[in-house]
Design a protein around this ligand. Structure first.
Ligand code: GLU
Length: 440
């Protein structure tokens, strides 16, 4: 059976690191098995869903390189939900209720006050057709609940959490449709997973109790439930669920100079004991992606670690991938020379400035100035294809300087800096006349 996974965001806001991770893991799981990855826009909530968020979700996934094979929208599928809804009514699995939010709240408080779990008491099941007719005559519209099968315990073998067991008697019959006819998330999601042939539902552990309910919905709809796996939630580096993580998204990370390859590399392994592999191609991460390696403890997202992975990725990025992001005129040789010194691609501009000049000349003492004047004379005579070894060898012979005393003033005069790229690679990029000028 082909593996089919889906990422099902609600377009009520931008994607944040937590749901980007969920999207990525679904993509990796599909890739690993040569399967299919779908994007399902959960936009049943017309009031909170926004088209701009749908577009941002698409753009964010594209930036990450996670291309869904197909995109579906729940708002275009109401006829499908309606048909399943009618079937479930005919089977006696849906029933009409009229309790107001205040009444339900009161019922919950009474139960909690008696130390009992706040489970819906199914009072509406006692209503007769005459009661419903009277309600309708008074203009009251019902909301609908799904009747759990109390005699069938819910079990599944969770891909991350292991064997799960829920007693439906300890669960409330969920409301699936509001009085105004709008859908809650639970039932349409199960219908879609069946319709779209989803084989693996991989999502956050905040959905575990939804799964217990949805397993019964799959069975009521005559379908085999998919495999389920629930990931531990993401926490900030301080180990707590952080507000910042709930809003940290692609736009912020991009602005901070984070490359998609780095975010993908880190998030692919976050929550596992596997080391982060700064792979440039996410497909390389898929083969080793393994749900069994995920732990149940919250996964820590550390921005400092992301910066380190970003640097490791930048050091490996080929020129073709970055050419459009570099200053005009900067070629492959310059990129390769400076790449090991960058934490972010944007810093390439600073080194390009160093290569092109002008640079701010540091102040040197008289002895160093004399040494540099000699260096300028030697430089003027050199073949510029590979000038650094020749320059330093000649100066070592003529001045007796070595080590730092030899190299540092040259680097300082040539680049204006104490540290930087390997001079073997950098010096040929600085025009000879310009180098001679800087040394003199
Ligand atoms: N729209 C739901 C959410 O964003 C989908 C959950 C699921 O994956 O089924 O939480």
């Amino acid at each position: 059976m082909t593996v089919v996974t889906r990422f099902a965001p609600s377009p009520t806001g931008r994607l944040h690191v937590g749901n980007i991770r969920t999207a990525l893991h679904n993509w990796l799981l599909a890739q690993k098995h040569g399967g299919r990855f779908l994007l399902r826009i959960d936009d049943t909530d017309a009031a909170r869903s926004r088209e701009e968020h749908v577009e941002a979700i698409r753009a964010d996934l594209a930036w990450l390189g996670l291309h869904p094979e197909r995109e579906e929208r729940q708002s275009a599928r109401f006829a499908i939900y309606e048909a399943a809804f009618e079937r479930l009514i005919a089977q006696g699995r849906l029933y009409r209720c009229y309790e107001t939010a205040q009444e339900l709240d009161l019922k919950r408080k009474i139960l909690l006050g008696r130390g009992l779990p706040p489970i819906y008491d199914r009072a509406a099941l006692a209503l007769t057709e005459a009661d419903h007719a009277a309600r309708a005559a008074a203009g009251d519209k019902p909301h609908w609940r799904f009747m759990l099968d109390h005699d069938t315990p819910v079990t599944w073998d969770d891909g991350i959490r292991g064997p799960q067991h829920f007693d439906p008697r300890q669960m409330s019959d969920p409301v699936v449709r509001r009085a105004d006819g709008s859908w809650l998330y639970m039932l349409p999601s199960a219908i879609d997973d069946i319709e779209m042939g989803v084989t693996d539902v991989l999502r956050g552990e905040d959905h575990v109790s939804n799964t217990a309910t949805q397993v019964q919905m799959f069975l009521a709809l005559n379908a085999q439930p998919p495999r389920f796996a629930h990931e531990a939630l993401l926490t900030g580096s301080e180990g707590k669920l952080s507000k910042r993580l709930g809003s940290l998204g692609v736009a912020d990370l991009r602005e901070a100079g984070i490359e998609p390859e780095a975010l993908v590399a880190l998030l692919a392994r976050l929550g596992t004991s596997d080391p982060v592999d700064p792979a440039l191609d996410a497909a390389d991460l898929a083969a080793s992606f393994n749900l069994a390696h995920f732990g149940r403890a919250p996964a820590r997202f550390d921005e400092a670690e992301l910066q380190r992975v970003n640097a490791a990725v930048v050091h490996r990025l080929p020129y073709d991938r970055v050419a459009a992001l570099l200053p005009a005129g900067m070629g492959a040789a310059a990129w390769e020379a400076i790449r090991p010194n960058l934490a972010h691609i944007g810093e390439a501009a600073d080194w390009w400035q160093v290569i092109q000049g002008p640079i701010a000349a540091p102040a040197f003492d008289e002895e160093t100035r004399a040494f540099l004047a000699q260096a300028a004379q030697v430089a003027a005579t050199l073949d510029w294809a590979n000038p650094w070894p020749a320059l330093t060898a000649a100066l070592k012979d003529s001045t007796g300087r070595k080590g730092k005393a030899l190299f540092l003033p040259l680097r300082q005069a040539l680049t204006g800096m104490d540290h930087g790229p390997d001079m073997n690679a950098l010096l040929p990029l600085i025009a000879r006349d310009e180098a001679v000028r800087r040394l003199s």
